[in-house]
Design a binder for this molecule. Structure first.
Ligand SMILES: Cc1cc2nc3c(=O)[nH]c(=O)nc-3n(C[C@H](O)[C@H](O)[C@H](O)COP(=O)(O)OP(=O)(O)OC[C@H]3O[C@@H](n4cnc5c(N)ncnc54)[C@H](O)[C@@H]3O)c2cc1C
Length: 395
């Protein structure tokens, strides 16, 4: 894999064209749309602002592009999808994560397709693929993040279905979603929790379900919601997979996601490096470009080397996924390495940019915040290390 700041994929003409078209869309039409709305990263944009992006991205073939043709996609391989996700991660567009469907769309649905009944496909999942409905994923609670078994949201039997009670936090895309793929702990008839977890498709406008404004992450984006359940009834047709499979469904989704999140972070790291190289060439200090200083040159060299290493291992693991293997330990390694190195690159970019790197609302600041959060979401770096060590010690 050659090192480049602008991958062109000449060995794969279909991908080369897709990437070129995606760059054109992000920098042209989507940029114009955002400036027409006057969007900033901290804007409270609405569902009505997002829907045209879902629809246009679908018209252009990007929304759900990874899916098989029967679902309106182009059946991309994981490595091909990753190349597009890199472009999303490298883009300064605020709504970039709505183009392939990361934010409430087909990519958020992820691998749960395999568990869906015909009814669930028709009512929940296919409308998401068509850009008509949106979903979020709700596992985390205030007192249970990494410790997923510690969740307190319960599902108590009620007739053929269940009553849900609990409070989910940090459900990304929750403010725009119609339903949540929500993981709850099963309870016995008296409401006492047992050691069994299930996944439910929960309509967010159902009686007993409230979507509240979530905590504001450091990125300043209003994309998180709390989902509060108070005797919210879910019928048997809303149970995803079998009862007791909830963590498998929730975390299985996280395992593939773990790898698929890496290219987005790599795109951010690439953009931070590209901006830093540009700044080093144009910023004058003591009458010469900043990049003439060896300390800056070495910093750039280390950033580029880390980016290249992180990218190479990610594509290696993605190629294994494409070959039908299950690169479990490699996925832990990629998430750990990419998260740590991408954040290191963003931190170096701030340093190279000096005061320009810390200006609120600037692109470098946005990359720094986003890549810092990546060390926590989809499993923190410590949880990835636990996974790697477990594998080493068990085999
Ligand atoms: C921007 C953002 C978006 C998110 N989106 C979603 C979403 O859409 N849906 C959803 O359900 N959740 C979401 N989350 C939640 C995310 O998955 C959790 O934040 C993450 O799992 C960590 O949990 P926690 O924040 O409760 O930290 P904690 O679990 O309390 O961990 C705190 C610290 O302790 C460390 N730690 C915890 N347990 C261990 C251990 N066993 N060994 C070693 N170290 C440990 C952690 O690594 C961390 O450093 C999101 C979070 C963020 C920041």
């Amino acid at each position: 894999m050659p090192f480049t700041l602008m991958p062109s994929y000449d060995d794969n003409p279909r991908l080369r064209d897709l990437v070129a078209r995606l760059r054109t869309y992000l920098d042209g039409e989507l940029a114009d749309y955002e400036s027409g709305l006057g969007l900033t990263r901290e804007s409270r944009y609405t569902r009505a602002d997002l829907e045209p992006v879902w629809q246009r991205s679908r018209e252009l073939g990007f929304y759900g592009i990874h899916l098989p043709a029967e679902y309106g996609g182009q059946g991309l391989s994981f490595t091909e999808l990753a190349a597009l996700k890199e472009e999303i991660g490298a883009s300064p567009r605020i709504l970039a994560t709505s183009v392939l469907g990361d934010m409430g769309g087909p990519l958020r649905v992820g691998s749960i397709f395999e568990y869906a009944t015909p009814f669930q496909l028709e009512k929940y999942l296919l409308p998401v693929l068509r850009g008509e409905r949106a979903c979020c994923f709700s596992l985390t609670e205030q007192d249970a993040g990494s410790d997923v078994r510690g969740i307190l949201t319960t599902a108590t039997p009620d007739g053929a279905g269940w009553r849900l009670n609990g409070h989910k936090v940090f459900s990304s895309a929750g403010p725009f979603a119609d339903f949540s793929v929500l993981i709850a702990r099963m309870a016995d008839a008296s409401g006492t929790p047992i050691d069994s977890y299930s996944a439910f498709l929960v309509d967010l406008d159902a009686p007993g379900c409230t979507v509240a404004e979530g905590d504001l992450p450091m990125s300043g984006e209003h994309i998180e919601a709390d989902i509060i359940l108070s005797d919210c009834y879910v019928g048997p047709e809303q149970l995803l997979g079998e009862s007791g499979q909830g963590l498998r469904i929730g975390l299985g989704r996280v395992t593939v996601n773990r790898l698929l999140h890496c290219p987005t972070a790599l795109g951010g790291a690439r953009r931070a490096l590209e901006l830093s190289v540009g700044h080093a060439k144009s910023r004058m200090v003591n009458g010469a470009p900043l990049g003439m200083l060896q300390s800056i040159q070495h910093r750039l060299a280390d950033m580029a080397t880390d980016y290249y290493a992180a990218r190479a291992m990610t594509y290696d693991a993605l190629a294994a996924l494409d070959a039908g293997q299950r690169p479990r330990v490699e996925a832990f390694m990629c998430k750990l390495f990419v998260a740590e190195k991408a954040f290191g690159i963003a931190d170096d970019a701030v340093q190279i940019h000096g005061k320009a790197g810390v200006v609120r609302g600037g692109e470098i600041e946005a990359l720094f915040q986003r890549l810092r959060m990546f060390r926590i979401l989809t499993g923190s770096s410590e949880i990835q290390r636990n996974g790697i060590a477990r594998q080493l010690l068990l085999t």
